[in-house]
Design a protein around this ligand. Structure first.
Ligand code: PRX
Length: 648
């Protein structure tokens, strides 16, 4: 990367909070200023007070913050339980019979769980976990559809002190096995299958295949969801309903230390195997609770819907832990946005009278493509606040969201954060911040970012550079599971431990708004999900006919970035359309559907530097159909480049 990143986007439109919104907002401009300054000057005082007032402690903590970044601990001698925070504590209030989860399955079946009903289910499933021999600290894999039982299983894990590792249902058997092995998971909770666009996703069959390669797993719990035929292995596999029939509903919460691991969530890095991002209980719960309240302005009367899958961090923090901790009503939908037709989301907004709606730019681009006639068929007037997450939103998509979905009435919160940050870091506060299409605007209280050059020098306004965090925050990741050295190396080594390095390029404008420009490493952002070019390359090279592969992202109309693979075959004459299809299928089998390549290009060789490094910048230009402006003086063989262009 060149020292400073060139910035080309200029966007002057600005949308101050509508006065009616600002009047009722959870945070006022004065409060924001005061909180932000206080948290910067005295993070321990700021977060310590919030942790005392907003979290329920079995044993109060005496020290808020200890240790230097990256090894900062929060509330370390305190004890609590995330499940108590999300469920039990509401039962002594009027929220006992409030809807906690409003769920709709893809076929149209519905279920609502009040806090009391959720408690009953969670206690029973916690008893099931006990009876299966689960101990505090054990890792449990959840590979489930978007059904209420997924939230029940998460909360039950938290209740007994087990650490959940949720794997998105789109991942393949090999990806499940890798994650099971890395976490040394003892138990897998899955379902027979899940619904997606009217088809059944064979979850149990994928788990069966994964278990051939993940010996740590002793038992499997299977929820009956679609009624699909599955093979049940005696003494290993158990039906959810059989176990629940025998369970008792009075399992108390285990008291865990604030630094007790709550969950591991695997995410892609620029090199090697997926990283097991580990979040702990106290800090994460405080972050999820406060950011939900500040950013989504949640009120008790609100119906709140985050459309993410719980298999990603957005679903963890903003479908389950954040909303439930706030005693909110959180909507959960199982299936695809275009099933049975492209109006499904808007039908749900109307039907449940959704007030706060949080989705991703990739979904917004799909809505735009499907046409305004779909949202126009429904009454969306219940909406009062909109949000986006996952990737930079292009200003025209922002404007469409504002106009067509928000009826020009709803503030839009463009929230920047990461699996590692646990919660939202940069975002407008809807009653405070004037929004600008394409900008995630300003840091939340407790977040002190900077834009620096490669040497760590702070850059001036409007200079593109690297986004870093200069201060620790309670909900930051604590380690990469089983590999603390990698954790230090990936996020902190670049600036000698002084800053958390996010891996994104960004600039700050003269008004202090942040504009994130995307990754600066070999991570591509496909539909708001991170994929490592290395992982896709490894998958390709594991195919017996592939000699070498280089993978880059390219701009993609719907997905944000598409996956372009340059492949050198062992035998050049094997290149054919059938081979392309076979390689796409191979990557899909190795990683999962979301990693399916968009383009395969056969190449006699890929361009490399004299030291043997693949020149990705050049490949990116070729994949995007751009003329390569960059420096090619270190290129090993110029003819390779010319050939790749000819092959387009
Ligand atoms: O590049 C940034 C992009 O998504 C990355 C984090 O990906 P992941 O851990 O999968 O989490 C996604 C959901 C939190 C970031 O490093 N990103 C996320 N949100 C935004 C974004 N880029 C620009 N604007 C955003 N609002």
């Amino acid at each position: 990367m060149s020292q400073n990143i060139e910035t080309v986007l200029t966007e002057d439109r600005s949308f101050p909070p509508p006065p009616e919104f600002a009047e009722q907002a959870n945070v006022t401009p004065e409060q924001y200023q005061q909180m932000w300054q206080r948290a910067k000057d005295d993070p321990a005082g700021f977060w310590g007070e919030l942790a005392k007032s907003e979290l329920d402690w079995f044993k109060p903590f005496t020290e808020t913050m200890s240790g230097e970044m990256p090894n900062t601990k929060w509330f370390a001698d305190g004890q609590l339980n995330a499940c108590y925070q999300c469920v039990d504590r509401h039962l002594t209030t009027w929220r006992k019979n409030k809807a906690a989860i409003v769920w709709e399955g893809e076929p149209g079946d519905t279920r609502t769980l009040t806090y009391q009903q959720l408690h009953h289910e969670v206690c029973k499933f916690a008893d099931v976990l006990d009876k299966l021999g689960v101990q505090a600290g054990d890792r449990i894999t959840l590979y489930m559809p978007m059904v209420p039982e997924l939230a029940v299983a998460m909360l039950a894990c938290a209740r007994v002190g087990a650490t959940h590792s949720i794997i998105f249902g789109g991942f393949s058997a090999d990806a499940i096995a890798d994650r099971n092995n890395d976490a040394q998971s003892k138990l897998v909770i899955t379902a027979d299958a899940g619904w997606r666009r009217g088809k059944e996703i064979p979850l149990k069959a994928n788990v069966d295949a994964a278990l051939d390669k993940s010996p740590s797993v002793e038992k499997v719990v299977v929820l009956r969801r679609t009624g699909a035929d599955v093979t049940m292995v005696p003494d290993r596999d158990f039906w959810w309903h059989d176990l629940m029939d025998k369970a008792t509903p009075d399992r108390e919460c285990t008291h865990v230390d604030a630094e007790h691991p709550l969950f591991i969530l695997y995410t892609s890095g620029s090199t090697g195997k997926p990283k097991g991002v580990l979040h702990t209980t106290g800090g994460y719960m405080l972050g999820a609770t406060m950011t939900t309240r500040w950013v989504f302005d949640l009120k008790d009367e609100d119906t709140y819907w985050c459309t993410a899958d719980i298999g990603w961090i957005t679903g963890h923090s903003y479908i389950v832990y954040g909303p439930l901790s706030n005693g909110a009503t959180t909507v959960m939908y199982e299936g695809a946005p275009n099933w049975p037709d492209e109006g499904r989301f808007w039908n749900l907004v109307e039907k449940y009278s959704v007030n706060v709606f949080y989705t991703a730019p990739t979904a917004i681009r799909a809505f735009i493509k499907w046409g305004d006639q779909w949202p126009e068929q429904y009454d969306l007037s219940s909406l009062r606040l909109l949000g986006t997450v996952g990737e930079p939103i292009n200003p025209e998509a922002w404007m469409w969201y504002h106009r067509v979905i928000g009826g020009e009435q709803c503030p839009i919160v463009d929230t920047w954060w990461q699996t590692e940050t646990g919660g939202i870091m940069l975002s407008p506060l809807p009653g405070v911040t004037a929004t600008k299409p394409g900008s995630c605007t300003t840091p939340l209280p407790g977040v002190v970012p900077a834009i620096v050059d490669e040497q760590g020098n702070e850059l001036d306004a409007n200079q593109g550079g690297l986004l870093v965090m200069t201060q620790p925050w309670p909900h930051m990741l604590r380690t990469l599971y089983g590999d603390h050295d990698r954790f230090v190396d990936v996020y902190f080594a670049k600036f000698d431990g002084k800053y958390y390095f996010a891996g994104d390029g960004a600039r700050r404008d003269e008004e202090g708004n942040y504009w994130v420009m995307g990754r600066v490493d070999d991570v591509i952002n496909v539909s708001g999900h991170r994929l490592s070019t290395m992982e896709v390359e490894s998958a390709l090279v594991s195919h017996e006919q592939v000699a070498e592969a280089a993978v880059v992202g390219f701009p993609h109309e719907l997905k944000g970035e598409g996956i372009c693979c340059f492949v050198t075959l062992k035998t050049e004459s094997d290149a054919s359309d059938e081979m392309k299809a076979a390689l796409k299928q191979h990557v899909r089998t190795q990683i999962g559907a979301l990693a399916t390549p968009d383009q395969i290009r056969f190449a006699a060789a890929v361009p490399k530097t004299r030291s043997g490094k693949i020149m990705r910048r050049l490949l990116r230009d070729i994949a995007a159909g751009r003329e390569s402006a960059g420096d090619t003086t270190t290129l090993e063989d110029y003819t390779v480049l010319a050939k790749l262009r000819e092959d387009e």
